[in-house]
Design a protein around this ligand. Structure first.
Ligand code: PMP
Length: 405
């Protein structure tokens, strides 16, 4: 079969051509980065070069925490490599219960349910809560897993303008009063690193009947709020939020997803939530590392303070150099550098990599308003010295590529 034959892959031809044209200019493939060695939460070897990692979601640097690693090794020895089954069949081990207990203690909730990824947590929660005839009201910049949860559940999707309280209020006002609605918000939006105005949003939602609120704190857990619960804790709306969804793949430092809630009927979801029921549970080593990490994050005030300092320093350093950033002030551990077009983003990304700095390049459709971004995610384990090195590398790369004067 030749590539000219029309088949189910034909729709990808423009993307294949775009990628080939980009690689023909001699740039490295941004989607083919291999970490040959990982030395710490902030350092890896990529193509033989020592590289500072500024493109991971390892916000609290827990991946190499000695207690976390030891718990994983012990569980691997004691319980084996995997469960080979779903939570509702043979896949619930004591480690799954322990990580759910750790989550309940961390969040102060009566219920906690662990999924195999954060993606599946959103997919499962949204599709199970909101079905045909219900409405999911969501921010237009919501994560793909939130949209996919709506599609799986077959609810009506109602989008409001990113972080616009007024638009949220207006759109809720147009829905039938007796319809059941799930409003889905995120604490931190991961492309630009901006934070949602949750108290104003909650006030707007409360004006309308039959609304429940789910907040995705994937990028807020560990870092925001006195107990590290997320933006909803920091902004004081804990009592107004019905469900918090999160992930183990960011601040917790491993893989997995979860939902916590105080709803009295929460446990029934274990019987009816398809992305929970019809997939294998997390391996024992993963749940053991997650439980240990979550309990340590309950006492991580110093790490949080250092991460804020890093975020503020990098934001100021890049602003002073003349880069355009996703937010005017540092709002989270994500600092997005906005570039003019794909060519400039790729040139900067490659120049930084050659200097020994790894950041994420993001482009439409993942990014809002057609922007090309270099997304920097700070870690509590980045030293002051590393942050200065990062700023110096941005200066060198920016001047070499013409991104700054
Ligand atoms: N929600 C948001 C807002 C995310 O950014 C992500 C991952 N980037 C997820 C959910 C999914 O998390 P996971 O990696 O655990 O699937």
């Amino acid at each position: 079969m030749t590539t000219e034959t029309r088949d189910l892959f034909s729709k990808f031809d423009p993307l294949i051509a775009e990628r080939e044209a980009l690689l023909a200019t001699g740039v490295r493939d941004p989607f083919a980065i291999v970490m040959d060695e990982v030395k710490s939460p902030t350092q890896a070897v990529i193509k033989g070069k020592d590289t500072i990692l500024l493109g991971t979601y390892n916000y609290m640097g827990m991946t190499f925490d000695p207690d976390v690693v030891a718990a994983g090794k012990k569980a691997l020895d004691d319980f084996g490599a995997g469960t080979t089954g779903s939570r509702v069949l043979n896949g619930t081990y004591q480690g799954h219960r322990q990580v759910e207990e750790a989550l309940k203690d961390f969040y102060g909730t009566s219920g906690a349910m662990v999924f195999s990824t954060g993606y599946q947590a959103n997919l499962g929660m949204i599709s199970t809560l909101a079905g045909r005839g219900d409405y999911v009201v969501l921010d237009a910049d919501s994560h793909a897993s939130i949209y996919d949860g709506c599609f799986l559940g077959d609810a009506e999707i109602v989008r409001f303008r990113h972080n616009s309280v007024e638009d949220l209020d207006k759109r809720l006002g147009r829905l039938p009063a007796d319809a059941l609605k799930l409003v889905v918000l995120e604490g931190v939006y991961s492309m630009l690193g901006d934070v949602a105005p949750l108290p104003d949003m909650v006030a707007a939602i409360r004006k309308h009947p039959n609304c429940m609120i789910l907040v995705d704190e994937a990028h807020g857990m560990g870092f925001f709020g006195p107990n590290g619960r997320g933006v909803y804790e920091e902004q004081g709306v804990e009592k107004d939020v019905d469900f918090v969804v999160g992930t183990f793949s960011k601040s917790v430092g491993t893989v997995g997803g979860f939902c916590v809630s105080n709803h009295p009927k929460f446990e029934v979801l274990r019987l009816v939530c398809r992305p929970y029921v019809f997939t294998a549970s997390l391996p024992p080593s993963v749940v053991a590392t997650a439980a240990t990490s979550i309990r340590k994050l309950m006492h991580a005030g110093e790490k949080r303070a250092h991460l804020w300092k890093n975020s503020q320093r990098l934001h100021k350093g890049l602003t002073d150099l003349g880069f355009k950033l996703g937010t005017e002030t540092p709002q989270s551990a994500i600092i997005a550098v906005i570039l003019t077009d794909q060519a400039q983003a790729v040139a900067m990304w490659q120049a930084l990599l050659e200097l020994g700095l790894y950041v994420n390049m993001a482009r439409p459709p993942a990014t809002p308003a057609g922007t090309f971004l270099l997304r920097c995610s700070l870690c509590a384990e980045h030293s002051d010295d590393q942050v200065e090195q990062i700023i110096a590398m941005f200066e060198a790369a920016g001047k070499a590529t013409g991104a700054i004067g």
